[in-house]
Design a protein around this ligand. Sequence first.
Ligand SMILES: Nc1nc2c(ncn2[C@@H]2O[C@H](COP(=O)(O)OP(=O)(O)OP(=O)(O)O)[C@@H](O)[C@H]2O)c(=O)[nH]1
Ligand SMILES: C=C(OP(=O)(O)O)C(=O)O
Length: 230
Amino acid sequence: MPPSESPGWTVVVPVKTLVAAKTRLAEAAGPHRAALAVAIACDTVEAALSCARVARVVVVTGDPVAAEALSGVGAHLVADPEAGLNAALRRGAREAVRLAPGDPVGALQADLPSLRPAELARVLAAAEEFDRSFLPDAAEVGTTFYGVRPGSEFAPGFGGQSRERHLRRGAKELCPEGVDSVRRDVDTPGDLRAALALGAGPRTRAVAELIGVSDRPAPPPWPASGAGTP
Ligand SMILES: Nc1nc2c(ncn2[C@@H]2O[C@H](COP(=O)(O)OP(=O)(O)OP(=O)(O)O)[C@@H](O)[C@H]2O)c(=O)[nH]1
Ligand SMILES: C=C(OP(=O)(O)O)C(=O)O
C-alpha cells in the first residue's frame, strides 16, 4: 500500500517518572540523568511524529517536567495510571482508540534517540500485515515496538526478556531490512555510544557531550600502556 493510502498509526510512548528513569546510565550521566532521559524521549517522539505513517503520538507519563517537554515537541499527553509499564501502555492505547477508533496502534519505547522516520515507516508497513506484531531490540532480548491492527486486542508484554514473551503470546516477530535505528534502544553507556555512532537526535547529542560520552569506545579503566609507570 503506498504511504498516501496507508493508515495513520497512533504511536503510544511510555515515559517513566524522571527520578526513576535511566538508572543504568546513572554513573555516566551524574546530575544530568533526568536531562538525558528527557532528551532521548524528545528526540524519539520528534522523529516518530516526522514519520509519514504516524498520525499522532500519545505519551503516557506521570512526570510534569517530561510532560511539558514532550508536549512541546507535539505529543498528546495522558496521565500514567502508576501501575507499571504495560498498564501505562494499555492506558495510552485506550486513548488512541478514543482519538482515532479505526487506526492501528503501536507501542514504541521512549529510548530510541537515533530513530529515523523512514525506518519507522518500514516497521509500520510490515506491522500492517499482521493482527499483532513486534520488533526485537538490538540485543534480541527485549522489544522496541509492539503493534496491533484496528480491532485486535492490544496486549503488550514489555519488560525484561520481552522478545520471548511476545513470541510465546503469538505476536509476529518483524524482521524488515534496514531498521537499525528502530532497534537501537539506549539503556547503558555502551548503548548510548552505539546510538551516537548511528546518528542520535540533537538533544541527545547535546547532553551526551555535556557528560563526556562520545561514539568512540570507552577508555580502558587502567592507565594506557606506559602511562603511570615509573
Ligand atoms: N509511563 C510509564 N513508562 C514506563 C514505566 N516503566 C517504564 N517505562 C518506560 O518504558 C521504557 C522501558 O523502561 P525501563 O527499561 O524499565 O526503564 P528505563 O528508564 O528506560 O531504564 P532503567 O532505569 O535503566 O531500567 C522506557 O521508555 C521507560 O520510560 C511506567 O511505569 N510508566
Ligand atoms: C522494557 C524493555 O526494555 P528495556 O528494559 O531494554 O528498556 C523491553 O524490552 O521489554
